[in-house]
Design a protein. Structure first.
Length: 455
């Protein structure tokens, strides 16, 4: 890892909403910015928000936003001293982090060792066990090849179990097994899927929790041994493992209950020498937390934590990369109110098929406690080449009831014509009584959709 150094220009190795978000954070800090873009994004208005924009390849992500050599060349040509990866694309790629360091630049994120450790689910679980972070029942080791040994592990855990790819993520590379008769076939299929998708056939096995919530703890760490956790989030409203709505704090979870878990996360970060921002993800069921993975990057839902904690997480990422100490300790962290984020996606609200095309008209909601993070505008052409996320509606209130009411009003005022979006679905969801009362788990949205005849 390169010794940390000051820099005055940041290259943003990403696109869309998060690229614009980082540009604004850098501008507020007096830093110059360089945005890379594909040919499909060359004329997007947000590219003009940076001091420079460099086209690095065609629309295809592997030939542009995933092209490490092109990004590093753009950094050298522009004179950037640091690279911010945003989220997605190369943000959790250990080789890219190492390449940035080797090029004499600063990677605004964890070093390659931390990314590799936490990116391998088996190594991550082993590190968490050592730090005292509660984990899902199951061994912190790779699943053996012998059928009898596999059966023995499953029997000891107790059915139902879930088989997961060690290098997996994004909801891929996992299978739930309800009974022993289906175990070996599930292992074989998942192993092959893991080999093709993640480059390693390594698997591990855990207890499958049937009605959990998805709870996250946001951490922030500097390079001087200081670390804090910035409260918690509930991200249970998911479809096919993809989050739709997030909120902070998680409803119904007391500080006394989650406090020791947050402290264990901080301890784990200090033990592995983690730097920057990260998120510990847990399943929560029957009053107990179970670690599932750590995201070694900025997350899409970081704004709800920003709104409740008062901390600009993106700026803190950059300050840590500059070698600065955290400006707060744990006693200074005081989360206030309640925040909700809705992901606005360019997709059909009934079939969830992506919707590309030109945005004919756009009216963003405003008002107290309302924030919209987006890179789109009227006339913007939504590309079929990338993720369907086009905006994030973030709403803050004094409590959850006020945040819910303000979100309903903001969703009603959000006007976007020309393409299909999930706005109608979100408006309907926020009228649901169970969601209103916080009585949901990670399976709730899919069941809710089925009752309405949707995918």
């Amino acid at each position: 890892m390169q010794p940390q150094q000051r820099f005055d220009k940041v290259l943003i190795a990403n696109r869309g909403e998060i690229a614009l978000r980082v540009v604004r954070a850098c501008r507020d800090m007096g830093l110059k910015t360089v945005v890379v873009c594909s040919e499909a994004d060359r004329n997007a208005a947000y590219t003009r928000s940076a001091d420079e924009a460099i086209c690095i390849g065609p629309a295809s992500a592997p030939k542009s936003y995933l092209n490490q050599n092109a990004i590093l060349l753009a950094a050298r040509l522009s004179g950037a001293g640091a690279v911010h990866p945003g989220y997605g694309f190369l943000s959790e790629n250990a080789r890219f982090s190492a390449s940035v360091d080797e090029a004499g630049l600063t990677f605004i994120g964890p070093d390659a060792t931390a990314i590799a450790t936490m990116g391998d689910k088996i190594a991550a679980k082993s590190a968490m066990v050592a730090a005292g972070v509660p984990c899902v029942p199951g061994p912190d080791s790779e699943l053996p090849a012998e059928p009898e040994a596999i059966r023995a592990i499953a029997s000891e855990i107790g059915y139902p179990i879930i088989v997961k790819a060690a290098g997996g993520g994004g909801g891929r590379g996992m299978r739930v097994v309800l009974e022993e008769a289906d175990l070996l076939e599930a292992v074989t299929l998942t192993r092959e899927e893991a080999r093709k998708a993640f480059g390693t056939p390594a698997l591990y096995m855990e207890k499958f929790l049937q009605h959990p919530r998805h709870i996250e703890i946001q951490v922030l760490c500097d390079t001087h041994g200081n670390a804090v956790w910035l409260g918690h989030r509930d991200c249970s409203m998911q479809r096919r493992h993809q989050k739709v709505v997030e909120e902070a704090p998680a409803p119904g979870i007391s500080d006394a209950l989650i406090g020791p878990v947050g402290e264990a996360c901080v301890k784990a970060c200090q033990q592995i020498g983690y730097r920057g921002v990260g998120t510990f993800e847990f399943l929560y069921e029957d009053g107990a937390f179970y670690f599932i993975e750590m995201n070694t990057r900025l997350q899409v839902e970081h704004p709800v934590t920003e709104e409740t904690s008062g901390v600009d997480i993106v700026q803190q990422q950059i300050r840590v990369a500059q070698g600065e100490e955290l400006p707060m300790n744990q006693n200074d962290v005081a989360c206030q109110g309640h925040a909700i984020e809705c992901r606005i996606n360019a997709e059909d609200p009934a079939t969830f098929m992506p919707s590309a095309g030109v945005i004919a008209a756009l009216e963003l909601p405003t008002g107290e406690g309302v924030r919209v993070d987006t890179h789109v505008e009227a006339g913007y052409r939504v590309s079929p080449y990338y993720d369907s996320l086009i905006a994030k509606l973030i709403v803050h209130g004094r409590d959850r009831a006020e945040a819910m009411a303000r979100t309903r009003a903001a969703l009603a005022a959000f006007k976007l014509d020309g393409i299909a979006t999930n706005l109608p679905l979100l408006r309907e969801l926020f009228e649901d009584p169970a969601f209103e009362e916080g009585q949901t788990d990670i399976h709730y949205l899919e069941k809710w959709l089925k009752t309405r005849g949707r995918a």
